[in-house]
Ligand binder design. Structure first.
Ligand code: ADP
Ligand code: MG
Length: 330
């Protein structure tokens, strides 16, 4: 059974950055307004995340890493009205099958916290009282220590660290009410460091630089036909002054960081026809759809999303972007 679990876990946790993304989403689900991440060896040795969220109750600790145990979904029907990022209770369980997971947590109004560690889905020993602050700190150590083939696939810790920084950067742009930091263990300087921002543009500026922020134009779109394809989109896209060689597409659908290949394609196509010099766009889009229209179950990593009336949405956004770019070009 443990081999089966390990294989299943590898589907959910494909690389250090996917572990980090799950941990980050848990912290945000817990209402954190400050999140700090420390990484050793591209996340293979250590991913440590500290948040100031609501913490985990002592009585919930024994089942924390049990598969399909979640505090976020009581009934299957809830899938229709889901608002939290996680809902399967699979992420921490998966991590515990392929890494050493330990947790320090304290809920509001308590005088001390608890420290506990997990292996293969179960708690090791009992939670031990310890000094803590309100919130949760999770350490994931020696990722893939028991999956030699997977571990070998990550030859370049710098590249893995880059992916982690990338995920945090994107959330820092989207969640402007939360401050984030990310650094390599032992470094004094952080590679991502944001404060709570007053605007989206400020957040983009602090993460991606003033040069990127300066080129951006606001764009929004929504369904004209309320009868079936209901959505709204707000965001920014780089104008014709932009000269990047690679697309940066930051896409959130219902507050989840996702990929959507058809939308990416559509935007790159209009951008290429309007913007000279073969420049590639920087864009941030936040799309809100009825939860029932989004297929959140499409892939264990929840990365590539699919949803109802996708063609319609992509067309509408493409036209909105086209109009804005033409406008800014004159
Ligand atoms: P899910 O997020 O799908 O519920 P996870 O495996 O990611 O499943 O997490 C399991 C449970 O652990 C969550 O439902 C939540 O109750 C708790 N949890 C995990 N991380 C945190 C955190 N940083 N703060 C508070 N609770 C947490
Ligand atoms: Mg989760």
């Amino acid at each position: 059974p443990s081999v089966v679990n390990r294989i299943a876990a590898g589907e959910v946790i494909q690389r250090p950055a996917s572990a980090l993304k799950e941990l980050l989403e848990n912290s945000l689900d817990a209402g954190a307004t400050n999140i700090n991440v420390t990484v050793k060896d591209g996340g293979l040795k250590l991913i440590q995340i500290s948040d100031n969220g609501h913490g985990i109750r002592n009585e919930d600790l024994p089942l924390l890493c049990e598969r399909h145990t979640t505090s976020k979904l009581r009934e299957y029907d809830d899938l229709q009205s889901i608002s939290t990022l996680g809902f399967r209770g699979e992420a921490l369980a998966s991590m515990s099958f392929v890494a050493h997971v330990s947790v320090i947590t304290m809920t509001a109004g308590k005088t001390h916290g608890y420290k506990v560690s997990y292996k293969d889905g179960t708690m090791e020993g009992e939670p031990r009282p310890c000094a803590a602050v309100k919130g949760t700190q999770i350490m994931v150590e020696n990722l893939f220590y028991n999956v030699a083939a997977r571990k070998k696939a990550f030859k370049n810790p710098g590249e893995e660290y880059g992916r982690i920084v990338d995920v945090i950067s994107r959330y820092a742009v989207h969640k402007i009410g939360t401050s984030f930091s990310c650094k390599k263990h032992g470094d004094s300087r952080a590679d991502v460091h944001t404060i709570v921002s007053s605007s989206r543009l400020d957040a983009i500026k602090s993460v991606y630089g003033a040069g990127v922020a300066r080129d951006l134009i606001a764009v929004s779109a929504s369904s004209e036909d309320g009868s079936h394809s209901v959505f709204s989109m707000e965001g920014f896209i780089s104008s014709a002054n932009h000269s990047a060689k690679k697309t940066v597409m930051i896409l959130f659908i219902n507050d989840r960081l996702v990929e959507c290949a058809p939308l990416r394609k559509a935007i790159e196509v209009v951008y290429a026809t309007i913007v000279p010099k073969a420049a590639k766009p920087f864009l941030y889009f936040s799309i809100v759809l009825p939860a029932a229209h989004v297929d959140v179950n499409v892939h264990p990593t929840k990365k590539e999303v699919s949803f109802l009336h996708q063609d319609n949405l992509v067309d509408t956004i493409q036209r909105a972007v086209e109009a804005k770019l033409l406008d800014s070009n004159t």
